[in-house]
Design a protein around this ligand. Sequence first.
Ligand code: SAH
Length: 229
Amino acid sequence: MLMIGGCDSASTPPGGPEMMVYEAARKRMVRDQIAARGVKDDRVLAAMARVPRHEFMPASQRPLAYEDGPLPIGHGQTISQPYIVAFMTAALDPKPEDRVLEIGTGSGYQAAVLSGLVAEVFSIEIVEPLALRAKADLKRLGYGNVRVRVGDGALGWPEAAPFDAIIVTCAPERVPRTLVDQLKVGGRMIVPVGPTGGAQELYLLRKHPEGMETQAVLPVRFVPMVKDR
Ligand code: SAH
């Protein structure tokens, strides 16, 4: 490479060649795994194309960051398949003024995707080292409207309730009543429900003045929502 005065900016794009490779992989991911499977919300597709998924995983997993599957993030937990993240995000119908609660911060990736689509994200993770790492990664990458707390997500975040939307990324055996109570009228909740290791179904709930509307939208497999450790 020709270097003049120690500067090679003409040949190296901002962020370097590695970033370009990741960006191209991310575009393919959005096209082939997400849009092709029917997620149509342009804001969600743009968020999926923007958020650097590889930054939310251990270095050893980064080459696989834009592959079509879940990946281990340590402590026996996983970062969900990109399509599932996009599907759940779109199902929430996120609006710029929304305040959203997430249960199961994990890597922080889902929270980062939501960060650019809504006003505020509150995320709860029960495994402390995961919560601390996600918090640090979200801060390092500039996702300033995400707050992470260590705790049992089944209890929700009462001081910040009610929420416009709630996304649960671990599977309870039934929908926690406390979370339903922390949803605004007109609010949406997406939650995988079912026994550990058994058949789970992703449910989309809508809170109407006259009561809850519940719709099964996709068979899924998530890690269980645990109570305490
Ligand atoms: N949304 C994450 C993936 C979540 S994996 C991401 O984008 O990476 C599910 C997470 O839920 C795990 O990290 C697990 O520790 C957490 N979890 C399980 N039970 C929980 C509970 N009761 N409260 C909060 N988090 C819980």
